[in-house]
Ligand binder design. Structure first.
Ligand code: SAM
Length: 359
């Protein structure tokens, strides 16, 4: 029989960061009434956060959202879980959990259903199984008229083993719009480094469509600190921005030939532009608090309007370090700053932050 876990939240994260993901959910839980606890296994790529009742889960879900969580790639409301699924007909155990989820006394309708698996080495092998199960699930849901493309709810089945998984739901507007919470990006062959995908993903995950259009316009000016060999600069040049690339290391020749890049062999901690720029991006490998303080100075001085920066987290207390960096930036700007941050799919032991000073 399926075990009911309808009062829990399910978060996907980078394998190895389950502790930080759980700590962050626990901090939101403490702020919104408390009483919850995390079930997490290191390396599994997901955290189940269990609340005492549905009201507590609602309260936590209002405080902790996919957008404002740093270490969660996706945040779902778990409806139930099942183990020992029969290999010949897994859906026979999973569908009753879906059908039990009523909305206003009616069976809920779903805009779509995704069968996915966490991002761990073990669970990744489940991809073919998930694809087959997804096709079968959609077929049954269509036959039973459970699909309504206008619905704001999406059904998620998270397979954690060949015979076990969670059934969960997401409100489409409030959840990551990619299966597994991972935007699939193609490496642009002309880009000089794979780091380029980090900035591309940051701009997709941390900004919405309208913001990207308004805030990243051809002709705008940017500074890239720690730019060599040019993966982040490449993303800005691809959007026709003028970039001052600051690094003692070499820059990609084709980028320099674009006419949009000025390369300065200077120290990124000392360089300042003569006039304010639209964007500051920074991927320097340095202590996170040093980078956060530098970004805060630029923003507080009005030297840039928007900043995207990477905080490298090789230390043990990674969650605490991130909180200290955020406090440092907020204090420097007397709270008049918007911070958005995520551990992106292309981030390893690091997170990426977007910041802008508020008027
Ligand atoms: N974002 C780059 C890309 O996409 O190709 C990769 C940057 S790499 C991770 C870090 C860079 O920071 C190195 O090229 C290093 O030379 C540079 N760096 C480290 N400390 C620096 C400093 N104080 N000033 C300028 N550059 C620095």
């Amino acid at each position: 029989m399926p075990a009911s876990t309808a009062t829990s939240l399910l978060a996907y994260c980078r394998p190895g960061f389950e502790g930080e993901c759980a700590q962050e959910l626990a901090a939101h839980d403490a702020d919104s009434g408390g009483g919850g606890y995390a079930r997490a296994e290191r390396g599994s790529g997901f955290v189940e956060f269990v609340l005492p009742d549905a009201d507590a889960a609602d309260r936590l879900a209002r405080s902790a959202t996919w957008r404002n969580l740093v270490f969660s790639r996706q945040l779902l409301r778990a409806l139930g879980s099942a183990r020992n699924l029969p290999a010949r007909d897994r859906l026979s155990e999973l569908l009753p959990i879906v059908q039990a989820d009523a909305f206003d006394g009616e069976p809920r309708r779903w805009c779509d259903a995704w069968v996915e698996s966490p991002d761990s080495d073990a669970a990744r092998e489940l991809a073919p199984l998930c694809r087959g199960l997804n096709a079968a699930l959609i077929a049954v849901m269509k036959k039973d008229q459970m699909i309504d493309r206008r619905s704001r709810w999406r059904l998620h089945v998270c397979m954690t083993a060949t015979d076990a998984g969670f059934v969960a739901r997401a409100m489409v507007d409030a959840a990551a719009p990619w299966p597994g919470g991972i935007p699939r990006l193609k490496f642009p062959q002309a880009a000089p480094s794979r780091s380029t995908l980090k900035l591309e993903e940051a701009l997709i995950v941390l900004l919405d469509d309208g913001e990207r259009e308004r805030w990243l316009k051809p002709g705008m000016r940017a500074v890239d600190l720690g730019a060599s060999p040019g993966g982040w600069t490449w993303q800005l040049v691809a959007r026709s921005l003028h970039v001052t690339a600051v690094d003692n290391g070499p820059m990609d020749a084709a980028l320099l030939g674009s006419g949009l890049v000025e390369h300065l062999r200077s120290d990124g901690f000392r360089y300042r532009p003569s006039k304010p720029v639209d964007w500051l991006v920074c991927d320097m490998v340095e202590q996170p608090r040093r980078v956060a303080a530098l970004m805060a100075q630029w923003l507080a001085d009005g030297a840039c309007r928007h900043a995207v920066f990477n905080l490298k987290l090789p230390m043990k207390k990674r969650y605490d370090e991130v909180q200290q960096c955020f406090s440092l930036v907020r204090d420097a700007l007397a709270g008049r700053v918007e911070l958005r941050a995520k551990q992106l799919y292309h981030d390893r032991e690091e997170i990426t932050v977007y910041a802008r000073a508020l008027d």
